[in-house]
Design a protein around this ligand. Structure first.
Ligand code: NDP
Ligand code: 8X3
Length: 251
């Protein structure tokens, strides 16, 4: 039975991915900080497949290394790592943002992602052919927009780190993909606005954002491609989102 390790499984894409992979019979290793949500997901899915929940902050490299290097045999070989845990904060212009918010994004989206990757790599290499690392990037990693500052830059890191990993993993059979979604309705905007439900609802109102299940379907597709295929980057948007014109400062 293949197994998948999903970071940030307590909400949004991670939770939907857990449900999608469970439907296909994969063993699940689910992580996140909110223990009650992990337990609820375990209760929901453990009737279908083996589920291991690990309460983990991806920023804590010692905890990450200990947890992943100590995975029980029942959950090995590890076939897929989904580096999904991440967040945006502070939608205000850069000059108005608290430094702490920038640090939190860097610590989670960059340091957390490399912590988990470093810990899981030996297991994925052992699996070899058919194994995958699926990194959640974002359209914000390639396309700048006001208020994107460190969030977009952290997702640009995810893209380049994914590509560079591909170079080093050449010949091992391990695939790496930067999956870059556009606007998707999850708790993402609630987190970004520090709990402003009205702002979150307003962003998604009157349009058709991607849903978490849409991204889970892409993750499952990427993880189950024939083992000689590597999709390097997959950018996906709702048809109701597109780029906009350059902004111009005028007198
Ligand atoms: P959610 O806020 O719904 O989910 C984020 C998940 O990340 C939660 O499960 C949360 O779990 C986890 N997480 C956050 N910080 C940490 C941490 N320090 N340690 C461990 N887990 C953490 O957002 P999405 O599902 O939308 O986002 C998932 C990923 O997709 C993120 O990387 C995001 O940047 C990216 N993305 C989102 C888009 C969108 O529009 N929604 C578009 C493009 C990319 P907990 O709080 O329990 O720790
Ligand atoms: C989240 C999508 O458009 O808010 O990564 O940057 S967007």
């Amino acid at each position: 039975m293949p197994s998948v390790l999903i970071t940030g499984a307590t909400s949004g894409f991670g939770k939907a991915a857990a449900q999608r992979f469970a439907k296909a019979g994969w063993s699940l290793i689910l992580t996140g900080r909110r223990v009650e949500r992990l337990k609820a997901l375990e209760e929901e899915l453990s009737g279908q497949v083996p589920v291991l929940t690990l309460a983990l902050d991806v920023r804590d490299s010692d905890a990450v290394t200990t947890a992943i290097s100590g995975l029980p045999e029942e959950f090995l070989p590890l076939t897929c790592l989904i580096n999904n845990a991440g967040l945006a904060l502070a939608p205000e212009p850069a000059q108005k943002v608290a430094l702490e918010d920038w640090h939190t994004m860097i610590d989670t989206n960059i340091t957390g992602l490399v912590n988990v990757t470093h810990a899981a790599l030996p297991l994925l290499l052992k699996t070899g052919k058919g194994a995958s690392i699926l990194n959640l990037g974002s359209v914000a990693g390639q396309w700048p927009y006001p208020g994107g500052h460190v969030y977009g830059a952290s997702k640009a890191f995810v893209q380049q780190f994914s590509y560079n990993l591909r170079c080093d993993l050449l010949g091992t059979g391990v695939r790496v993909t930067d999956l870059a979604p556009g606007m998707a309705e999850t708790e993402f905007t609630l987190v970004r606005t520090k709990g402003d439900q009205a702002a979150s609802d307003a962003l998604y109102r009157g349009t058709t954002p991607l849903q978490a299940e849409d991204i889970a379907e892409q993750l499952y597709y990427l993880a189950t491609l024939p083992d000689h295929i590597n999709i390097n980057r997959l950018e996906i948007m709702t048809v109701r989102q597109a780029w906009s014109a350059f902004a111009i400062d005028r007198d």
